[in-house]
Design a protein around this ligand. Sequence first.
Ligand SMILES: *[C@@H]1O[C@H](CO)[C@@H](O)[C@H](O)[C@H]1NC(C)=O
Ligand SMILES: *[C@@H]1O[C@H](CO)[C@@H](O)[C@H](O)[C@H]1NC(C)=O
Ligand SMILES: *[C@@H]1O[C@H](CO)[C@@H](O)[C@H](O)[C@H]1NC(C)=O
Ligand SMILES: *[C@@H]1O[C@H](CO)[C@@H](O)[C@H](O)[C@H]1NC(C)=O
Ligand SMILES: *[C@@H]1O[C@H](CO)[C@@H](O)[C@H](O)[C@H]1NC(C)=O
Length: 263
Amino acid sequence: MDNSWRLGPAIGLSAGQSQLLVSLLLLLTRVQPGTDVAAPEHISYVPQLSNDTLAGRLTLSTFTLEQPLGQFSSHNISDLDTIWLVVALSNATQSFTAPRTNQDIPAPANFSQRGYYLTLRANRALYQARGQLHVLRVGNDTHCQPTKIGCNHPLPGPGPYRVKFLVMNDEGPVAETKWSSDTRLQQAQALRAVPGPQSPGTVVIIAILSILLAVLLTVLLAVLIYTCFNSCRSTSLSGPEEAGSVRRYTTHLAFSTPAEGAS
Ligand SMILES: *[C@@H]1O[C@H](CO)[C@@H](O)[C@H](O)[C@H]1NC(C)=O
Ligand SMILES: *[C@@H]1O[C@H](CO)[C@@H](O)[C@H](O)[C@H]1NC(C)=O
Ligand SMILES: *[C@@H]1O[C@H](CO)[C@@H](O)[C@H](O)[C@H]1NC(C)=O
Ligand SMILES: *[C@@H]1O[C@H](CO)[C@@H](O)[C@H](O)[C@H]1NC(C)=O
Ligand SMILES: *[C@@H]1O[C@H](CO)[C@@H](O)[C@H](O)[C@H]1NC(C)=O
């Protein structure tokens, strides 16, 4: 005997009424999982570009995000759930639908068709405290195949891009953050224009280097002159001394002997 059939008479319902109750319960339980899956929890966190200029916030094919520290502490999220970063073209965020299964996860190769893909696979423990991952650099892996799910492939163009974090488990999406604001990558033209206007830092470094070079050349010149002067003086010193003594000897002989002979 089924439990629900025993429940009916126990609370004073007829067989017909308890049948109705059971079908109502069945209807409710069938609807419940559907609404659960359709509405992942909303985390009111907006992903931010990193402030760390040393890490290279923006390049031609990468950008760097702040870590979403402590944003996934909800009871609905388990330590085993996967936290993905969704990378989307700004105009493709409306068409984004969170994948239901792991097979549905778009890889970088799907980007041109879909306008988004998932990468930087992580879990809650990695985002709990600073120091586990230093920077979140989108597009920094040149070695993985773009068809591989989760590959952090260099970004294909200047964008603009938007990103958000998506928490998934085996049954589908669990939670998601808000979309970031637009991020545009550097463009090739901007890079080519860089050698023209130099930053104050570069100017200072060039000035210091040229002063050092001038000092070095001066010292080198001084050393050359000094050694040359030394060796020139030592060879010319022996010359006049010999010539002088010879001249004194010969003049004495030449002027004294004929004068004595004449007087
Ligand atoms: C998440 O969990 C809270 C209780 O911690 C619950 O009130 C809320 O409905 C849950 N959200 C979702 C989307 O399941
Ligand atoms: C980044 O810089 C902004 C403005 O200077 C500041 O408000 C924000 O707190 C900084 N974020 C971090 C993580 O340092
Ligand atoms: C979305 O933006 C990209 C790049 O800016 C552009 O190439 C693409 O055509 C746009 N798609 C739509 C549907 O507007
Ligand atoms: C991604 O592309 C591959 C190959 O083109 C395709 O088999 C797969 O279904 C696509 N995945 C999604 C989520 O679009
Ligand atoms: C890319 O960045 C991620 C996260 O910062 C890091 O785990 C990974 O090792 C980096 N990959 C490469 C090839 O630098």
